[in-house]
Design a binder for this molecule. Structure first.
Ligand SMILES: C[S@@+](CC[C@H](N)C(=O)[O-])C[C@H]1O[C@@H](n2cnc3c(N)ncnc32)[C@H](O)[C@@H]1O
Length: 119
């Protein structure tokens, strides 16, 4: 699991964080090459490009947020706004709790997460 992000202060539901830092790339090969990339879809769901936070100096702390193993652990969801990725708190998060955002079925499966419980 490596490093993760833990709340140092109370985070109110609907707080949001971002944008996720990284290079915008057009190749799907980045999904294989980087553990830190997000797909950015257009309004029809077609992938426009990827944001790759693989290089720490071009990214930010959002790259360290892990994926939950169970739905009850999930406390952030990702969303696209003006072509960037943001994370939204879907409930109050208490001090010391790990911030966890679901990565999507494909990536989560690779990590051994039981994806059937996630929408
Ligand atoms: C975006 S990074 C998250 C930060 C990472 N833990 C680190 O130390 O840089 C994604 C990587 O974190 C690890 N990871 C995140 N969520 C995980 C989970 N639920 N189970 C196992 N590994 C996980 C995997 O190695 C994955 O490729």
């Amino acid at each position: 699991m490596g490093l993760g992000v833990f709340a140092r202060r109370f985070i109110e539901s609907r707080s949001y964080f971002g944008p996720y830092g990284g290079d915008k790339r057009n190749t799907h090969l980045i999904e294989e090459a980087s553990d830190y990339s997000w797909q950015v879809p257009d309004k029809s769901g077609n992938i426009m490009y990827y944001i790759d936070g693989g290089e720490p100096n071009k990214s930010n702390w959002l790259r360290f947020v892990n994926c939950p193993n169970t739905v009850s652990q999930e406390n952030l969801i990702s969303f696209v706004y003006h072509g960037d990725i943001f994370y939204l708190a879907i409930r109050n998060i208490t001090v010391g709790e790990e911030l966890l955002v679901y990565y999507g079925h494909n990536y989560a499966k690779k990590l051994g997460v039981d994806t059937t419980q996630f929408r």
